[in-house]
Each structure stands twice: as C-alpha cells, then as structure tokens.
Ligand binder design. Structure first.
Ligand SMILES: [Zn+2]
Length: 235
C-alpha cells in the first residue's frame, strides 16, 4: 500500500513538473511573440483579382495588413474586400478614383473621400478610420477634409515600377524596423508573389499587424488630419 502511494506520489509530481514545463514553454512562446518588433504591411489601389490570394498567404502566417482601397474598385471586387476585412485586416480609404487631391478644392476632396468611406461601409459594415492620399500628396485642404489620420509610409518598395519580387523583398528587408509602414500594391501579381515568398522569414522576425494594432501597441492615438510616416512610441 505504502509503495503504491509512493509510486502514485511520484507519478503526480512528474505530471506536475511536466505540466509546469509545458506551461513555461507556452509563456515563453507568447512572450517571444509579444517582444517581436511590429511593422505594418500596407497595400494600395485594390481591391483586385489578387487580393484574396494575398489574404490567404497572410492568414497562413498569422499576419495582418492594411488595405487602402479605391472606391471605384469595390463594386467589382466586393467579395475580395469582404474577405480581407473578415480575416482581420484593416480597410483604409485611398479616395474614389485616385486623383492627386492637392489639385482640387475642398468639396471635391471631401466627395472623393466620403464616397469611398460610404462604399466601404456598405460592403464591410465598418467605416474606415484611416486614409492614404493618392501619390502621398497632401496639403491643408486634404488634411482638413479627410476627417481621419493620413497614413503615408517610410518604406516604398516601388513594386508598381519594377514588378520584381526579389527587388520588393530587398526593399522590405532594408526598411523593416519596429513601427515601419511598408507601401505595396496588391493589384500587381509579382507583389503578391513577393509577399508569399517573404512571409515565412519575415513573420518569424516581425509581428505583421494592422495600423490600428500598431498604434495601440505603440500607445499612439492617431489624430484626424495628422500625417504619419511610421508609428513609433512618443519619446
Ligand atoms: Zn495609389
């Protein structure tokens, strides 16, 4: 009897130790996840025919991105937009049809942005809370009429110009720092390929998050009309 209870006690203590070890492993894994530097991948000018494929690749690596969409592309790609949103990505406003907003007056600028926000809400159920002016062109009129924070970028992959996955990847690695905002375009297939190929390594080094998540993590409250090139902690 005594022997049996000794054995039982030993078994219980082994289980406890193993349980604690498993728990410690879990804690260190989540601490590691938390301590990874964060950056924001952003994709402009969609939604388009490759958007869903891109979201599927992001999902595989628990990565999220922000899509700055054009209002005029939504009607023909509604399911892609819904898919991106439902899978935890953020949808931003990139104007209705990509004019350089600095060439226009307040009413046109407002209409370009407002019409797009309403269209996004119609499809996803949520109004966007960030906007990116086409060409990154802004002035005080754009800042006033946006009624949202203006999100630019500090890493330009120039993917639309060279259409070369290796070059896009090199630009991402060169600019990948905590708080970086990386500019790409999901309407180009080589860009989607570049992301598919870089995700296994990139997601190991960085947490790839939406702009809202990045701002929250950096304890930044993004202000309407303010312009952001990256999002780091205020010192
Ligand atoms: Zn654009």
């Amino acid at each position: 009897m005594r022997i049996r209870s000794k054995v039982l006690a030993r078994i219980i203590s082994i289980c406890l130790i193993m349980g604690m070890a498993a728990c410690a492993a879990q804690v260190s894994a989540s601490a590691k996840k938390r301590s990874k530097p964060m950056l924001a991948l952003t994709f402009d000018d969609g939604p388009g025919p490759y958007t869903k494929r891109l979201v599927k690749a992001l999902d595989k690596y628990h990565a999220k991105a922000t899509f700055f969409v054009l209002g005029c592309n939504i009607e023909n790609n509604k399911s892609a937009l819904k898919y991106a949103y439902k899978h935890g990505n953020q949808i931003g406003n990139h104007s209705w049809n990509h004019p350089q907003l600095t060439n226009y007056g307040a009413s046109t600028v407002f209409a370009q942005i407002d019409r797009t926000s309403r269209k996004i809400k119609q499809v996803t159920g949520k109004k966007p809370t960030v906007m990116r002016p086409p060409y990154g062109a802004y002035n005080s009129t754009v800042q006033q009429q946006a009624h949202m924070p203006l999100i630019l970028w500090n890493v330009d992959t120039l993917d639309w110009q060279h259409r070369n996955p290796a070059t896009t990847q090199a630009k991402i690695w060169a600019g990948a720092h905590s708080g970086s905002i990386i500019l790409m375009h999901d309407i180009h297939e080589p860009t989607v390929r570049a992301v598919e190929q870089i995700l296994p390594k990139l997601s190991k080094k960085y947490r790839l998050v939406t702009l809202n998540r990045l701002a929250k993590a950096k304890k930044r409250k993004l202000k309407n009309g303010s312009v952001y090139f990256n999002i780091t902690r205020n010192s």
